[in-house]
Every structure is written in C-alpha cells, then in structure tokens.
Write a protein that binds this ligand. Structure first.
Ligand code: PLP
Length: 404
C-alpha cells in the first residue's frame, strides 16, 4: 500500500461556516491550561448555570426509554407531540393543524431544513444584524447569500424596516426574524412585527419566525408572530431548549402557516426530513407534557431572568466607556464598548478573557462591525456571581481603555 502525507482536502463551503460562540472556546481552554478559572458567558445554556429541567419532563423521557420507545419514530414526529404543538400554537393565535407541524432536532434543525428547502445556490436570505450565527452558517452550507438588515441599538435594537425593504430583490427567498432576539434581548412591539409581516406577505417571501425565546419575555409569553396575520406566509420555530430547560435533548418543532402558498414548501421540508429518518425519539415524549402540563417553572425562570437583566444593565451602564440597551427577554445583553481607533471587538474580548477569565463573544461573531465594539454577555449566572463578573469587566475595561 502506498502511503502519503498529503492532507485530504475539505470542501470550500466549510470556509464560510463560522460559529463564534463555540470557536472562541479554544481560546478559553488555553487560558484554563494556564491555571486561570474561566467563566463561560459565551453560550446560552441554562443547565450549565444550575437551572434544572422540570421533573415531569425528565420522567416522560425516562418512561419512554424504559417502556421500550427506542425505535425510529415517524420522520415528522410522533403524533401526540405534533398535536400538542398544533394545539399550543392554535391556542396562542396561530391556527395550524398537526399535519403542518414537524418535530425537529431543536430549532436548529427546523431552520436548516427550511433554508435548504427554500434557497437555491446564489439566492438571498434576509438576516438581522446582529444575528444568531446559525443562519449565516447554514446559508454558507446551502450556498445562498445572507443579506443583512440592520437592527438599531439607538431604538432598542428594533429592526430598520425601511432598510429591510430596500434590500428585497427578485432572488430574496426568505426573511428571518428572531423575536425575542438573541443576541440583543429585544422583543419587538406589535407595530414593528406587523410591518415585517406585511413586507413578507406583499412580496410573497416566507417569514421564518425564530420564536425559541417566545416564553421568556420578562412580562410573560409573547404571542407567535403568525397570530397577527395567520394567512401570511410564516413558519414558526421553537423547542424545549430554552423555556423548558432541556437544550441537550434536541427536541424542537416547526409549524408551517396555514396559507396554501406554503403547501409546496411543506412538502419539500417533509421530503428532506425523511432523509434524516427522525429526530431523537424518547425526547419527543416530553413535548406534549411540556406544552399541556405544569408550566410553573416558567414563571420562576422569567423572574430570575428579569432580575439578572436588571443587574446586568445597571452594572454595565455604570462602567465608563460601556453602554447597553436593557434587554426585555431571554438571557442576553449586547453592550458596546467605545473602542479607540484601530482596536477590534475581538481584541477587547480576548483581552478580557486573558486578563480575567470572563468569556464573552465579540459582536463581529454576530455580524456587527468589529470597530463598533459590541460584545454579547450571557447573564444566566446567579446574582452574586454576576456581581463578581461585572467587577472584573469594570476593572479590565478601565485598564484596557487607558492603555490604548
Ligand atoms: C435565536 C436562536 N435560534 C435557535 C437556537 C437553537 O436552539 P435549539 O437548541 O432549539 O436548536 C438558539 C440557541 O441559542 C437561538 O439563540
């Protein structure tokens, strides 16, 4: 047999696939290897901060595994989970039947299936900036182009609808709306949501509504976008990951709006879903108990998040050189540090990590300009730890800005 040391080539599409939230962990590991404790504020996983999955959901999965429900399940999901999702969305104003619901491996798989079904090579998809990076990563894989519409920190991170309108072309295949938003923690008012839906409807562009934080606005659950106009071409995505505290289960769902304009898209998505056989079976047995059972954990979680958001906003805005918009949902804030000319957000974030062990993600990982100095903070840590973290951020920032 002939041996060679030549490297095996990888496909060029991988070069466009970036996921800063995980990529930055390599830097954190180096800091840990040097003996410093790292506080991982890079990933939105409530479990790693001590929150616990509701016991009745754990029992549902345990029971399914023990009772032998360990085979493949139908590729669009088990009927009781699909019906529970349809019932939940219908009850909240998005009338949809179970045959238009698919159970997916998290919101992530639903998004990937949908973008794969909608966009040809070279097509355009409208994405907010800053964005959750899965969208740009999947589009790189599909070969479609992410076209960014601005959301504006001076207006509470609301989308700039005029800018968005100006970006629509004949090759626009989808409009992504993340509301409530990661990374900004914003929740859009009804008039803004209506303007986005009208744009999608008039141009016959499917609106992909990422509603994974829909239950986590501090004032209470947010209605699905499609409740404002159930006949618009809207596809809604969510999961057990955030509000039900089970991100590792990869249990999610998507619901294709009732308009017949989306019928072919639904068929295409189901066809693609057949190819991956099914999403994990036992976890699907927790979906109906989650949506139809006790939800008291959500009240406690929302209250905890509201308190942490308040601490985060107060402490960050008290640091010279940092300003932040108060989040109204989820567990993220997107502060801005006034960087001196020539310095990037990545330099600031890596400096903070190396000096203090606090790991955030630089804004350019979510598509903002590196010179603007945005970075994302996950504020799931308990109030005492958050206070220590912001002491570290304050100390480092003062020193960093004085040095540059
Ligand atoms: C906006 C947004 N969409 C989707 C996801 C992925 O969620 P899931 O675990 O349901 O795949 C996340 C995870 O952080 C997110 O923030």
């Amino acid at each position: 047999m002939r041996t060679t040391s030549a490297a095996i080539p990888v496909a060029s599409r991988v070069a466009g696939f970036n996921y800063a939230i995980r990529n930055i962990v390599a830097e954190a590991r180096k800091v840990e290897a040097g003996g410093r404790r790292v506080r991982y504020l890079n990933i939105g996983d409530p479990i790693s901060f001590g929150f616990r999955t509701p016991p009745h959901l754990v029992e549902a999965v345990e029971r399914a595994v023990r009772d032998g429900y360990n085979g493949y399940v139908p590729s669009p999901g088990i009927p009781e989970a699909r019906e529970a999702v349809a019932g939940e969305l219908t009850g909240r104003g998005m009338p949809v039947s179970a045959d238009r619901v698919l159970i997916t491996s998290g919101t992530s798989e639903g998004i990937e299936l949908t973008l794969t079904a909608l966009a040809e090579n070279g097509d355009e998809v409208l994405i907010p900036t800053p964005t959750y990076p899965l969208y740009t990563a999947v589009l790189a894989k599909v070969g479609a182009r992410a076209v960014f519409y601005r959301t504006n920190p001076a207006r509470g991170w609301l989308p700039d609808v005029d800018h968005l309108r100006s970006l629509i072309t004949r090759t626009t295949r989808a409009l992504v709306v993340i509301d409530p938003n990661n990374p900004t923690g914003a929740n859009y008012p009804a008039d803004v949501r209506r303007a986005l839906i009208e744009l999608a409807d008039q141009h016959n562009i499917p609106l992909l509504a990422d509603e994974v934080y829909g239950d986590l606005a501090y004032d209470g659950p947010v209605p699905p976008m499609a409740s404002l106009y159930p006949d618009a071409p809207i596809i809604s995505f969510s999961s057990l990951s955030k509000a039900y505290l089970a991100p590792g289960w990869r249990a999610g769902w998507m619901a294709v709006g009732r308009t017949e304009r989306l019928d072919d898209v639904l068929v295409a998505i189901k066809k693609l879903a057949d190819g991956r056989l099914c999403s994990p079976g036992p976890m699907q047995y927790a979906i109906a108990p989650a949506l139809t059972g006790d939800r008291s954990h959500e009240d406690a979680f929302r209250a905890a998040l509201g308190e942490r958001a308040g601490i985060t906003t107060r402490r960050l805005n008290a640091i010279d050189g940092i300003t932040t918009v108060a989040p109204t949902a989820a567990f993220y804030a997107m502060p801005q540090v006034a960087l001196p000319a020539g310095v990037t957000d990545e330099e600031y974030v890596l400096g903070l990590l190396r000096a203090t062990g606090v790991l955030c993600v630089f804004g350019s990982g979510f598509g903002t300009d590196p010179r603007e100095g945005f970075f994302r903070v996950v504020f799931l840590a308990n109030p005492e730890e958050l206070s220590e973290i912001f002491d570290l951020v304050a100390g480092f920032t003062g020193e960093f800005l004085a040095r540059h």
